[in-house]
Design a protein around this ligand. Structure first.
Ligand code: SF4
Length: 209
């Protein structure tokens, strides 16, 4: 299978449970909830995206002809002989991530995390499953390590997700012109509902990818 990858880079995880942890990011091309074109944003199933996932032209991006070529490229970013921590993201990574790729990453001793919108089931072999639900799009992946909800979203109360089996629940203030207001809303919600923690996009604060 050919894997279309927008970019690969080494940075720190900026948000969620693993905030601050060095990680290699593999951003897959494409999403099932938006085609990535601004002209279609308003009619997309998800319309607050802050990520460019179109094409394969980012740093380290390419069309990889098989899983071994892709994994070799990914692990080459890790600085030493410890276990690489790899975050599969997108776009929607589950449009392309398959068991062959997961096994190849494991062969290279990687600890694998995924950031998904939860509309496609994730292989259980992945070590850290982070689901970020998008309003109006039914969840298929209803268990995992982290449920990270961008907040607020129209007609979505966070507590509808509490019935699902996630180890951690967090609210991430929606970016954009209302970010300060949204951060206040998220703070208030978490203080009133202590099951939820705040997730801040610290990579934007400190100016890294
Ligand atoms: S689901 Fe994620 S990647 Fe897809 S459009 Fe929404 S925010 Fe962007």
């Amino acid at each position: 299978m050919t894997y279309n990858v927008k970019e690969i880079f080494y940075s720190i995880q900026g948000e969620g449970y693993h905030t601050g942890r060095p990680a290699i990011f593999c951003r897959f091309t494409g999403c099932n909830l938006w085609n990535g074109l601004e002209k279609d944003r308003e009619v997309a199933k998800c319309n607050f995206c802050d990520t460019d996932f179109v094409g394969t032209n980012g740093d380290g991006g390419n069309k990889f002809l098989n899983e071994v070529d892709l994994v070799k490229e990914i692990v080459s970013y890790w600085p030493n002989s410890s276990k690489p921590f790899v975050v599969l993201t997108g776009g929607e990574p589950m449009l392309q991530v398959d068991i062959k790729l997961v096994k190849a990453l494991k062969k290279y001793k990687c600890e694998i995390a995924i950031e998904t919108n939860g509309t496609i089931n994730v292989p259980n072999e992945i070590d850290w499953i982070c689901v970020s639900p998008k309003a109006g799009n039914p969840l298929k992946q209803v268990y995992g390590d982290e449920l990270k909800l961008v907040y607020p979203q129209k007609n979505v109360a966070p507590d509808i997700y509490e019935k699902y089996s996630f180890k951690n629940f967090s609210l991430q203030p929606m970016d954009g012109t209302l970010k300060v207001h949204n951060t206040q809303l998220a703070l208030e919600y978490c203080k009133n509902n202590p099951k939820w923690k705040i997730s801040l996009q610290t990579h934007k604060i400190i100016g890294v990818r």
